[in-house]
Structures are given as structure tokens and as C-alpha cells.
Ligand binder design. Structure first.
Ligand code: 5RP
Length: 291
């Protein structure tokens, strides 16, 4: 039987209240498809729309590097503190508990080991497999100025085409070759090329001079790579500067999993990224939490 159409029932439809749609506030991402935005929002956590991504994909070209000898023992306990995990499909399937629910950013390029020319990469994961693994994004290395620059850019653009079909964002990692200087001029070039050619998120290194011009010139969220292991206070200072200068978060590996206390360190990084702690405050928190 049809419901009665009295004035009281009509009130429940709130006809006088205009329906409003909430804008998707992540930089440069307002026009993306719903599935793409939903996956990005898993990684870039509202309300800050920032991320602490834990990078542990080093094994795809370095093998079992220091701190990643036993991912089950060293990394699994960190998952609950990470907004996302960047890893290879081999490690995800073999070692990461599906029930952890930490969003996965899946390494999707590879080929050469540290014994060879690193820029000689190919696409290493199909988008179907990324979808099967429930990836929130895929990551691809782009070697601007490297020997196989064009191929690496083409790897990225092919993944971007596939990503549009599946609604899975692409994170472009700007890899810096041994002979290239990590200054603002180079990083602006590399990050902007990735964004112009369709990357939804770009990862790059911090530079002491002009990093704010790198983030300003990049129309999509930029996350900072950690790089080689630094003393904890120095690493936290770099994180703070990167966020102050416009980064949407970090995608750090060695400065977390090679720390004296990785659990305390990832929490200190998160306190800067999400709770606006100053470097010294985060370092004091690290010292208090250290086991
Ligand atoms: C490899 C990567 C790594 O994920 C990234 O560089 C690792 O992070 P970190 O430098 O902080 O150890 O993209 O090329």
C-alpha cells in the first residue's frame, strides 16, 4: 500500500533544505572519478588530507636491504601507524595480513637490480592484478635525465591510461640518478613532467633551497621520499620543513624502518604530518616512546 502523503510525511524529505555536495579537497583531484577520489582519500586521510606512507618496496631492486630482512617481524607491527603501505605484490601476498586494512600502494615497475642500469625498467604489474589485490594506487619509477628516460615516462603514461579505466591512481616516483643533482630546478622539472603526463600523485626528494617552488609548481599532491638514513631529529626536521613548504605528506622508508625504534619514529613522523608538532616536540615524543 502506498504511504500516505500528508504534510507531516513530506517534512521528512526536508524539501526546504538544498542538497549540497562536498568538494573533494585534495590538491588537483576535484575532477577525478568517484572511485579514484575514494582510493586517494584512503591514502590522504581527511581531515588533513595528508599521508604517512611507509615505503618498503626497496627489495624490488635491492633485495633484503637492512631493516627489511624479515618484513613479518619488522614491518607488520608498524602497519597500524601508517596511512598507507608502499610495497611489492610479492611481499603483500606473502607477508602483509589482509585484515590489517592498511591501504596498499603497489610497486608496479621494475626490472634491473642494483647491479645494472636502474632506469631500464618495465611495467611489472598489470592493472587487473592491482585491482585483484585491492590496491589503493600503483607506483611507477620515472627517470628524468636517466638513460632510459623515455621508456620510464612511457611506462607511467601506459599505467595512467590503464588507471583511468580501473579508477586506481598512479603515484610517479621521480628517481634521481647518480649523476643528477637534487636541486629545486631539477625536481621542478621532474615532478611537473610526471603531473603533466597524468600522474595523480608525485613522490620526490626534499631539497634545502626552494622546495616550496617544487610543491607550488606541481598541480597534484606531492609526497616527500625520505632518502638515506639520517639521525632522528634531522629526519623529523626534514619532514616538518617539507610539510611547511607544501608537501601533502611523506613516503618514507629507511628513516623509519632503520631507526633505533621504528614504532616510535613512525608515530613521531605522523605527529608532525597530522598534528602539526614541531620537530623538537616530535623528537621528545620519540624519546619518550622509545623502548
Ligand atoms: C625506491 C623507492 C622507495 O620506495 C623509496 O625511495 C624509499 O624510501 P626511502 O628513500 O625513504 O628509503 O621509491 O626507488
Amino acid at each position: 500500500m502506498a504511504e500516505s502523503d500528508t504534510a507531516v510525511d513530506a517534512e521528512r524529505f526536508s524539501p526546504g533544505v538544498p542538497s549540497r555536495s562536498q568538494p573533494f579537497e585534495l590538491k588537483g583531484s576535484g575532477a577525478l572519478d568517484w572511485g579514484m577520489q575514494s582510493r586517494l582519500a584512503r591514502i590522504f586521510r581527511p581531515p588533513t588530507y595528508r599521508t604517512v606512507m611507509l615505503a618498503i618496496d626497496h627489495g624490488y631492486f635491492q633485495g633484503p636491504t637492512s631493516g627489511l630482512e624479515r618484513v613479518d617481524l619488522s614491518i607488520v607491527p608498524l602497519l597500524k601507524y601508517a596511512d598507507a603501505l608502499m610495497a611489492t605484490r610479492g611481499i603483500v601476498r606473502s607477508t602483509i595480513p589482509a585484515a590489517s586494512c592498511t591501504p596498499v600502494v603497489l610497486r608496479a615497475s621494475g626490472g634491473p637490480s642494483i647491479l645494472r642500469e636502474l632506469s631500464d625498467e618495465q611495467i611489472a604489474v598489470s592493472m587487473e592484478d592491482a585491482a585483484r589485490i585491492n590496491a589503493s594506487a600503483v607506483a611507477v619509477q620515472v627517470f628524468i635525465g636517466g638513460e632510459f628516460e623515455s621508456r620510464s615516462v612511457h611506462n607511467m603514461t601506459r599505467l595512467v591510461d590503464e588507471s583511468q579505466r580501473h579508477g586506481i591512481p598512479v603515484l610517479a616516483v621521480t628517481a634521481v640518478g647518480r649523476d643528477l643533482t637534487r636541486d629545486a630546478r631539477y625536481l621542478r622539472l621532474a615532478t611537473r613532467i610526471c603531473a603533466e603526463l597524468g600522474a595523480h600523485v608525485v613522490k620526490t626528494y626534499y631539497c634545502a633551497e626552494g622546495f616550496d617552488t617544487v610543491t607550488a609548481a606541481c598541480p597534484v599532491p606531492l609526497v616527500m621520499a625520505g632518502g638515506r638514513k639520517l639521525p632522528e631529529l634531522e629526519a623529523l626536521t626534514m619532514v616538518h620543513r617539507a610539510i611547511e613548504e607544501g608537501a601533502a605528506g611523506v613516503d618514507m622508508g629507511r628513516n623509519i624502518f632503520q631507526s633505533d625504534d621504528p614504532v616510535a619514529m613512525i608515530q613521531a613522523v605522523s605527529a608532525i604530518v597530522h598534528d602539526a608538532l614541531k620537530p623538537q616536540e616530535a623528537f621528545d615524543q620519540y624519546l619518550r616512546e622509545r623502548q
